[in-house]
Design a protein around this ligand. Sequence first.
Ligand code: ATP
Ligand code: MG
Length: 348
Amino acid sequence: VSTMSELVPITVARGDGIGPEIMDATLRVLQAAGARIAPEFIEIGEQQYLAGHSSGIAPQAWDSLRRTRVFLKGPITTPQGGGYKSLNVTIRKTLGLYANVRPCVSYAPFVRTLHPKMNLVIVRENEEDLYAGIEHRQTDEVFQCLKLITRPGCEKIVRYAFEYARRHGRRKVTCMTKDNIMKMTDGLFHRVFDEIASDYPEIETEHLIIDIGAARLATRPERFDVIVTPNLYGDILSDIAAELTGSVGLAPSANIGDHVAMFEAIHGSAPDIAGKGIANPSGLLLAAVLMLVHIGQPAVAETIHNAWLRTIEDGVHTAELHGTLSIGRPFGSMDFADAVIERLGQRP
Ligand code: ATP
Ligand code: MG
């Protein structure tokens, strides 16, 4: 057996804005750590829109995704106006990525946060709800958007959340909906939650109305463990939760389907800091760690995760976390990657 045959093919898109910078930093760490991967690069995002692919992705790029079934994705920019559809939504729906898993962990005292004990995972439904993209104009002044919630969709995501909790030794699953107002759609989600919860007697469960749930998340995030919620609420909650840990630049996400899985940072393409080499690559790097576990390389994943923790603990921080080198400039994306590489083999 040649070593080549042991390499796992993965599809990689560097993306827009800060995407190329953080992807290069991430891949450099993966390579130095000995991850057994064979990246296939595809082009998605702004350039593809401009090249006339209105979905933001060239048709042949799908072939790579269907073949490798593993996608490490940089952030992309959807051009404003012009009727462009969000490629993020297209990818999730086309590949059936029904679960968006977003761990949000505090790294106090190494990263400043008001909530040092926070360690939660948001499991966001990823295909349905108001993201179905079904909008209509009723009259020139009245528009509507269809909120789609299905029983199979609810069952899949709720089951996933409980299985995730069991697999990761987490003790509580909180469901958040607005079923006091949307009795049919959110009501179904809540009902399915109660049904499936009974299969997991060892796991504590609760339901909170999303508004008070979000308020509690903002003031006492340490009381949460796993949160399962429909698409739009999950989008908002996970930005809040990531920001509470200190920076949106820190949080990874895994988008899981039955056939394909996609790993990315939760933040966007950050055009305001693109091209400066100062973006924090941590969200994407931690997403790559989740990817390595997914493709059966947990030892390399752990090595990188430990080195990353050690880097953070040693006070190596990118600009948005107020980091400076001894010579007085903030750590750039690549400086940060090199600092992680130096610490491979060390433990936090
Ligand atoms: P999207 O609509 O694609 O989610 P967004 O409007 O939420 O994008 P982001 O691109 O996530 O916006 O950026 C939000 C803010 O966070 C910006 O000020 C950006 O500079 C900052 N930011 C995002 N990612 C990083 C990162 N990796 N490192 C440092 N700062 C970041
Ligand atoms: Mg955003």
